[in-house]
Design a protein. Sequence first.
Length: 234
Amino acid sequence: MKSDKWEDLEKSLEKLQPFYNLMNKIMSLGNESVVRERAMDFIGDPEHYLDAGTGPGTMASLVHKRCSPRITILMDPSRDLLIMNGEEGNKLQAKFENIPIKDGYFDLVTCGFSFRDAISHENAARELSRILKTKGRLVIVDIGKPDSPVLQFFYYIYIFIFPILSSLFITRGKLIHEYFTLFFTYVEYPSHSRIVEMFKSLGLELIAQGRKFGGAIFFDVYEKNDQSIYTLYQ
């Protein structure tokens, strides 16, 4: 993603923050919370936990209901979003592509509808792999992108229409540009098989997954093995 597009995206997310959870619920036809909850069955009992792209802290809140990490870090590139985040934890302003944390620190990292917003998904994947401990887990919940060009066409229509409906229903059309930035992140988002392959090449094995609407919404759980590669996407 080009830097100007990414900066526009961040500004849009800040404006959409008060409506973000409701927006996700509408766009997922009420299924985003179901997928998030199912993903929580695989988080284990982490000591060091990172919520990457934390936004309103929805994923962190679910994790804290299941377990009590000794250290929780809430990371987001937006200072404004971190200020609005009321979840308990240490706040860190940082991008996916440059996480100022030492190698192998976290037992658990979650990304709730945030990995697709990375500037470079390849570099983001490398950083997420780097900061995980061996046997640490990465949980991604997000909108999916199929490999089939035909299915992609219909998904594009779906992702194009629902921001318009969300804007009209939630903000009466006042933030329609901000909603459309979400469509453009989907255009640049890798297909699901490409995401799995990226993490596999970095030593993260897909150990659990869940799907709704044929993969329109998904969760993936990756576990880091002892032969992880940090340098592939430098």
